[in-house]
Design a binder for this molecule. Structure first.
Ligand SMILES: CC(C)(COP(=O)(O)OP(=O)(O)OC[C@H]1O[C@@H](n2cnc3c(N)ncnc32)[C@H](O)[C@@H]1OP(=O)(O)O)[C@@H](O)C(=O)NCCC(=O)NCCS
Length: 133
């Protein structure tokens, strides 16, 4: 919760305590935690067992630890984990005005796809991202 609060605002789609609890209890979700909660990412595998893509969710690095490559390490580790699950594509979403994250995802080989109107709230558009594994 503390990391979420340091990294996201309401219009960024911040998770509340109930949503985080549900994700922690979800057997399809795994969490990668960097150091002493310097950063975190949630990884979701498909529900039906047939999909070949996993979803990278809620990537966040504490402002005190940014610009040290932690997000890149978390993304690279998520690729390894998805591959170990037999998945071939990693998907994510990003706010269209989050230029730091868009640059990060581009550097990690993601391709920007469909626009997602009002995905993060009224007027707050998202972008679909995907990366072959
Ligand atoms: C986006 C975020 C995860 C980056 O974390 P980080 O650990 O600082 O990122 P890294 O040090 O691994 O940076 C990797 C690359 O991302 C890009 N990047 C990261 N921060 C950036 C910034 N402020 N401005 C521009 N590009 C940036 C750069 O391409 C950087 O590579 P470089 O250092 O070789 O130029 C972090 O700023 C954050 O938690 N932001 C708030 C939450 C958020 O937006 N999460 C993404 C949700 S989709």
């Amino acid at each position: 919760m503390a990391l979420e609060a340091r990294c996201f605002a309401a219009y960024d789609g911040i998770f509340n305590r109930r949503q985080l609890r549900a994700l922690l209890a979800n057997p399809r979700a795994a969490w990668l935690i960097a150091g002493p909660f310097a950063g975190a990412a949630c990884l979701l595998v498909p529900a039906n067992g047939h999909g070949r893509w996993g979803r990278l969710y809620s990537l966040a690095v504490d402002p005190r630890y940014r610009k040290q490559g932690i997000a890149k390490d978390l993304i690279a580790a998520s690729f390894d984990w998805f591959r170990a699950q037999g998945l071939t594509v990693c998907r994510a979403e990003v706010k269209s005005d989050n230029l730091a994250a868009r640059r990060l995802y581009a550097a990690m080989g993601f391709v920007e796809g469909a626009m997602l109107p009002h995905y993060y709230g009224l007027g707050e558009w998202g972008l679909r991202l995907s990366r072959d594994l």
